[in-house]
Design a protein around this ligand. Structure first.
Ligand SMILES: *Cc1c(COP(=O)(O)O)cnc(C)c1O
Length: 229
């Protein structure tokens, strides 16, 4: 199967999930290209895929630089979906369009200060930890409102919504229950006056449940580029 075939299959899965959920607004597909070479990204680009997700900063910067001088690279939107550290914020602020994994105000302030003025504000999602026992990254739901209110005031950032990586479950209804927790939290925060249109959730194994729960950004790696070694 080619990358183009894989992308077509993903879009068909999204279509079917939208029908099942009686939803008409289409989520954006982010092709997660971490650890994959530029040749495969170029193949996806030629098939009409322009948003890419990366987790590892050095690996990502090499790819971003490669496409910077290429005509086809102009349209690429780069999404950072990996773990954040203070010493990475400058490169992220300078080279990415989105950061999905914000969970601390200190990092938010650095990203805002370091965002170059000639670029639009960096789009960010706050990462929420839906299962405190099993994972460490992400903020606890009850702390989300405070962080969101702090992020909204930062001029270099544009708060878009929430992101989660739920624990791996195989049963659709259990996946759905997890994703609905994020959607419910988003709805509560909007009741408190925030605008959070983005819900970044859904990977290769749980795309359908995420679409059903209202995902607006799907992060799909394996089912586009193949398994990672
Ligand atoms: C790797 C990764 C993905 C893609 O996962 P697949 O199962 O390969 O589709 C999505 N989101 C995050 C945060 C990731 O680290």
């Amino acid at each position: 199967m080619s990358i183009a075939d894989n992308l077509l299959k993903i879009h068909q899965r999204i279509d079917q999930a939208l029908i099942k959920a009686a939803r008409i607004d289409r989520p954006q597909l982010i092709a997660v290209s971490k650890t994959k070479p530029v040749e495969l990204i170029a193949e996806a680009l030629h098939a009409g895929q322009f948003a890419f997700g990366e987790n590892y900063l050095q690996d990502a910067l090499t790819k971003i630089k490669y496409f910077k001088d290429k005509k086809e690279g102009e349209k690429i939107e780069w999404h950072f979906i990996g773990a954040l550290q203070s010493n990475k914020t400058r490169a992220l602020a300078e080279h990415f369009d989105w950061v999905h994994t914000l969970d601390r105000v200190k990092i938010a302030r650095r990203l805002s200060e370091q965002r170059p003025h000639h670029l639009p504000p960096l789009k960010v999602c706050i990462q929420v930890n839906l299962s405190a026992e099993t994972t460490k990254s992400g903020i606890r739901p009850q702390e989300c409102l405070t962080l969101a209110q702090q992020v909204v005031d930062l001029p270099g950032l544009s708060l878009q919504g929430l992101m989660a990586i739920p624990e791996k479950l195989t049963v659709f209804d259990q996946q759905l229950t997890q994703f609905l927790k994020l959607k419910t939290l988003r709805d509560e925060l909007e009741q408190a006056g925030l605008s959070l249109p983005a819900l970044s959730m859904g990977m290769s194994a749980d795309l359908e449940a995420a679409v059903c729960a209202g995902a607006t950004l799907l992060r799909i790696g394996t089912d586009i580029f193949g398994a990672r070694s």
